[in-house]
Ligand binder design. Sequence first.
Ligand SMILES: Cc1ncc(COP(=O)(O)O)c(C=O)c1O
Length: 419
Amino acid sequence: MSEESVRARRRFIAGLGAAPVAGLAYAAIADSERGVPAASAVDRQAESSEYLLSPGLIHLNTASLGATPRAVFDRVMQAWRELESDPVRMAYFTTEDTVLSATEKVRERAAGFLGCDPDELLLTRCTTDGMNNVAQSIRWNAGDRVLTTDQEHHGGNLGWLYQTQRRGVLLDRITIAPDDHDQAVIVQSFAAAITPATRVISVSHVITSTGLRMPIAEISSLAREHGILCVVDGAQAVGGFPIDVKALGCHAYAASGHKWLMGPKGTGLLYVARDAWPAMKPIQWQNAHNYGAESAGVGPLPLVVGLGAAIERLQAIGMSEVERRGLALRNRAYIGLKQIARLRVVSPPPGPMATAMVACELPAGIDSKIVRDFLRSKHSIVVKMVEKQWFNGIRISPHVLNTDADIDALLRALRPLLA
Ligand SMILES: Cc1ncc(COP(=O)(O)O)c(C=O)c1O
């Protein structure tokens, strides 16, 4: 490691203890700053770790961005070197030994992972990219309606909003209160809001603010009964638990590679079911389905190779086991957070509606941004501040890299703050 990167790492770690926590008068905040380990110790620790996270950092925010394992990162670098050894051949030739061919194998692996045909899968940059692609692929008529919820992430929503401005599309939103966990009621709300002009139902598989698991199979079948396209934002699902897009029955499903899959940042997947191609076929598939084809152009090939390695790693653990571990950690957090009287846990209780995410609402006088910054600066714990449009709260999203000790550290840090 160069001297400059050692200095940068020292500056970063020192900064963790110095971030502002204005507005909090709790005794916990007056703790002395964390000791900063010597750089050599920091480097030894970092190099032996399975992840590249700064030493001591407790990453409880996979739902925003996953921590890419070192082995996956190394695979990206290796592919990049291969690419640079003979760029044109490596990026355009379809012989076995090229990086382009390696990305095609990733598409096959990812298709197997999601339960679809490789030709139904488009490699994208992220969920947002996939959702935008779908919204732009549909042949709209003015007055067509998209039915969605008031809990969608911007990334799943902006493609439709864009079409409201460009094509006169109209948006309808059903309301899902943060602590509304009744699947039958949710399906009924969708059914009641369908109109003859509804062309698309767009819904998240897992609600970003609370981790609520949505009844996608039921919503898809409702959509199909009415000849409506069902488009799913799977950003918070893929990599967290097993997904079978055919069993879900939706027409399109968009996911990120850099969240629960823990792949390289700037990777994603979009499934478009073959039977939906007449209604929405991505422009990238105009003359072929692979990178290097005229309609797709050159892609981020090394990142895609890394995405394949990330998927392979989760497959080696087994997706049911990945889900089990995530749920065990979130249940531990759920129980612990419930015991803090001033918090209101809004995520579903342990059970079929739960995923590996837990969110809680803070008391009115305690700002979520300050709590997030405090956890980061004083305890090196990374959590998400829930977007204020939903509630004043924080969300955690433990994954296979986390342990019980990480959850306990969070609970220990929160208790004095809310005593
Ligand atoms: C439900 C949902 N959709 C979309 C996104 C955007 O993801 P990306 O930046 O990978 O497009 C997020 C990000 O948190 C999300 O939670």
